[in-house]
Design a protein around this ligand. Structure first.
Ligand code: GLU
Ligand code: MG
Length: 461
């Protein structure tokens, strides 16, 4: 489990982390040379500082220094001069969460741990995305509600060039592509499992050179940690084999993209609120309220879950990306796909939020979904009519009812800034610095062709 949320780290926390660090230094000596500690910035990029193994206990006690300006970095690697964070002073401590430390096979000799950001006096930094997610989980637990989440990861494997040339042929779900990349896929699975990731399945996806891996559901913060780890490991395995992995929402203009679908279920008193009830498909009243709240808030959540201009080149009808603000049981065109547990496993029921992609900061997204779900759990709301089929095809009987989600980052951002639940949960600092960083991306993309926008974000990590 990730470190529980409290507004500040005490001296007792520091001492306990230091002891744990010392124990790991002894345990991993000879196997691991260094530990990479990451956080994910507002542009969805994992930022890293690494320490030698012999420095782990110290880093665990006091953290490693990281300027708050990192959240003003744009996807192009520059600093947004208009951001409130664009100042040279100040420092934060990025403290590894040693309970989530994983020893890596790729890259070899390294371990990884996600970090939380604190002020030097130990107070949680209000702009720390992982701490926001931890706080939302804690708020849910206070109300007796918890969540299980899992991010699906789609990626396209390319040759080691700036442009994208698929490194494997074959078609989606095809044995030819699977066999062409069987050694690679095996190394991906082995490396993930060796790092403690529980892989559920891997398959060739529909797009050129595309694969997908799904992992077991976990608490929301761990699910976000796993998302960072999975992308890191797939990138490292690809690089080792002279290839490049693109997780970008749009890898090629005018083609299907990579989704980062988020599966979520919500639990109370040991039962899944999305199963075993008297409502449609076994939804409980509270489960339906949560699903309805999520559906209603999707435009606002989209700014966090599809945060790049390129996200909107992916989020188009008839691509299974979930471009419509509708729900449907097992409907892959619906932004909210209801997955009913099977008779043999009813508790597996969950909602799949398909409109999101992997340029999202997974901590912000997991925390925001949790915040919306918690506030929806306290209200009564019914889901609207279910939509089946693809509302994008001509003559669809529910075409009028099927509203498109925002078609640009600017429109999604407006919905986010107007969402009181999310502002109350995340606080002004997190929302306003995030919004500033999105405006910088909108400006970077201004006047660019689709081709240029795709090129700009193709290799983001
Ligand atoms: N690649 C699609 C997307 O952009 C998803 C395909 C699927 O349903 O798994 O989200
Ligand atoms: Mg898929």
């Amino acid at each position: 489990m990730p470190r529980p949320f409290s507004p500040a780290r005490s001296e007792a926390d520091r001492a306990a982390d230091e002891r744990r660090g010392q124990a790991l230094e002894r345990q991993l000596a000879g196997e691991v040379s260094g530990v990479a500690i990451t956080f994910v910035d507002h542009s969805g990029a994992a930022r890293v500082k690494a320490v030698p193994l012999t420095g782990l206990a110290r880093a665990a006690r006091s953290g490693v220094g990281f300027s708050p300006v990192l959240d003003a970095f744009t996807s192009a690697g520059g600093i947004d001069a208009a951001s409130p964070l664009c100042v040279p002073d100040g420092d934060l401590r990025l403290v590894p969460d040693l309970d989530r430390l994983a020893v890596l096979r790729a890259p070899e000799g390294w371990a990884w741990a996600p970090g939380d950001r604190f002020h030097q006096d130990g107070a949680v930094y209000a702009g720390c995305q992982r701490s926001f997610a931890r706080a939302q989980v804690a708020a849910g637990l206070n109300k007796g509600i918890s969540a299980l989440m899992a991010f699906e990861v789609e990626w396209m494997i390319g040759r080691d060039t700036e442009e994208f040339h698929p490194a494997v042929g074959g078609t989606g779900y095809g044995l030819a592509r699977f066999l062409g990349a069987a050694d690679y896929a095996r190394e991906v699975i082995d490396s993930l499992e060796a790092a403690g990731v529980r892989v559920e399945q891997i398959h060739p996806e529909f797009g050129p050179g595309q694969f997908e891996v799904s992992v077991s559901a976990q608490d929301p913060v761990s699910a976000a940690d796993t998302n960072v780890l999975v992308k890191l490991i797939i990138s490292a395995v690809s690089a080792r084999r002279g290839m490049r992995a693109s997780f970008a929402p749009a890898v090629l203009a005018n083609n299907v993209g990579n989704g980062g679908h988020l599966h979520a279920s919500f639990w109370q008193d040991g039962s899944n609120l999305l199963a075993g009830g008297r409502g449609r498909y076994g939804l409980t009243e509270r489960g339906e309220s949560i699903a309805a709240g999520l559906l209603e808030s999707l435009p606002a959540l989209l700014a966090i879950g599809a945060p790049m201009p390129a996200s909107y080149l992916r989020l188009l009808p008839s691509r299974w990306a979930g471009a419509y603000q509708v729900w449907g049981k097992e409907n892959r065109e619906a932004a909210l796909r209801f997955v009913q547990g099977s008779p043999s496993d009813p508790a597996a029921a969950n909602v799949e939020l398909k409109c999101f992609d992997l340029s999202a900061n997974p901590y912000l997204l997991a925390g925001a979904v949790m915040a919306v779900a918690m506030s929806a759990a306290g209200r009564h709301a019914a889901l609207p009519d279910e939509v089946s089929g693809d509302p994008g095809v001509r003559g669809h009987p529910q075409a009028d009812q099927a509203v498109r989600l925002p078609a640009s980052l600017g429109a999604a951002l407006k919905a986010l800034e107007a969402n009181d639940d999310l502002r109350a949960a995340a606080g002004d600092q997190l929302i306003s610095t995030f919004a500033a960083s999105r405006r910088a991306e909108i400006e970077l993309a201004d006047g660019k062709s689709e081709e240029e926008i795709v090129t700009q974000s193709r290799w983001l990590l």
